[in-house]
Write a protein that binds this ligand. Structure first.
Ligand SMILES: *Cc1c(COP(=O)(O)O)cnc(C)c1O
Length: 345
């Protein structure tokens, strides 16, 4: 890996971050807070939240088995994705390389930040060709985006291929593991010590059933986390979100029950969709959704919408012609989907 200073934009490396009232006062317990121009009334809502979410990170460190200093929390994973560009990529000068198809936000944030985005197609079976990916890298490539299990294809990328990219690429490698809770492969966050250029993304939005609170996680070296903390808005995670996240972390048994239910439903739904006459193939999935190639995805999509069932039409995405992406729902929802698809003419 190049040095972190070489990879970081010069203005960010030199940046003196905003120092908020909650940063400056650290120490003994206090009772009288006259430092932040808050209104002393309307308790529970009147005080600025902890800018570094320390209580929440301490609990997450236990649940995720990652040191608190290696955790960044943001307004969804989307904040972390944007920060990767703002920290590492010089607009109109640097570029990033990504697999295709994949999650759309990597490309959108590249456009917003005026950074060239180089999409490298996966193999037709959606596996990663590390050689082809690395061939797209040049001296201005700062970041490689990987997503495993990948959205919208659902498959885990091969661990050996990811490790090759981590070893041979001299810049930052992001592995988005938003869906890693839905399979038993070893998560990459346990390998942060081996790969100083690794950033792993996780989210509260999928297995943890908390998409509405907007909370995403990035795991990386304490040095990379410190750069993120320097650039982020001072109070990027609001108090209500921090409180609700604590409740979720106190209820991991419930989460494990959801996981078991969703995996059981996935195992039933996959063959049931595959044997429909209008389905040409269902791809193997390591996530809480499946990608199905249909006879006529557009028509089937609108047919389902007319019956109040919404799936994701991915038929205009590369390698995904005529494909629908279907989230695993409750047993009742999955049955409604299957019933409708069986009646399709
Ligand atoms: C859903 C999803 C996320 C989650 O984004 P949030 O902003 O945390 O809700 C991240 N990455 C991928 C690939 C996703 O599909």
């Amino acid at each position: 890996m190049k040095s972190l200073q070489e990879l970081t934009r010069e203005n960010i490396w030199k940046l003196k971050p905003y120092s908020c009232a909650r940063d400056e006062f650290k120490g003994r317990a206090a009772e009288v807070f006259l430092d932040a121009n808050e209104n002393p009334y309307n308790q529970h809502f009147n005080r600025y939240p902890d800018p570094l979410q320390e209580e929440l990170k301490a609990k997450l460190a236990t649940v995720k088995q990652v040191p608190a200093a290696s955790i960044f929390l943001g307004n969804g994973s989307d904040e972390a994705i944007d920060l990767v560009y703002r920290v590492f990529c010089e607009p109109r000068q640097d570029n990033v390389v990504a697999i295709a198809p994949t999650y759309g936000m990597y490309a959108v944030c590249a456009d917003v930040n005026d950074v060239e985005y180089r999409a490298v197609e996966l193999n037709p079976d959606f596996s990663l060709d590390a050689d082809r990916l690395l061939a797209a890298v040049d001296a201005q490539t700062k970041v490689i985006w990987l997503c495993s299990p990948n959205n919208p294809t659902g498959n885990n990328l091969d661990r050996q291929a990811i490790e090759r990219v981590l070893t041979e690429f001299q810049g930052i490698v992001v592995v988005d593991e938003a869906y890693s809770d839905f399979n038993d492969q070893r998560p990459f966050r346990f390998d942060l010590d081996r790969f100083p250029n690794l950033i792993v993304l996780n989210t509260f939005s999928k297995l943890w059933a908390s998409a509405a609170i907007r909370l995403g996680m990035a795991f990386a070296s304490p040095e990379i986390i410190a750069l993120f903390n320097k650039v982020k808005y001072p109070y990027n995670v609001n108090a209500l979100t921090q409180q609700q996240a604590m409740k979720t972390l106190d209820n991991m048994q419930q989460v494990q029950y959801w996981r078991a239910t969703i995996l059981k439903e996935r195992a039933q739904l996959l063959p049931a969709v595959a044997e429909l006459p209008i389905c040409k193939a269902v791809y193997p999935t390591d996530a809480n959704f499946l990608l199905a190639r249909m006879t006529d995805a557009d028509r089937i999509y609108h047919y389902l919408v007319d019956r109040g069932i919404v799936v994701r039409n991915r038929s205009r995405v590369q390698l995904c012609g005529n494909c629908l992406r279907i989230t695993i729902g409750t047993p009742q929802e999955n049955n409604a989907l299957l019933g409708a698809l069986r009646q399709y003419r």
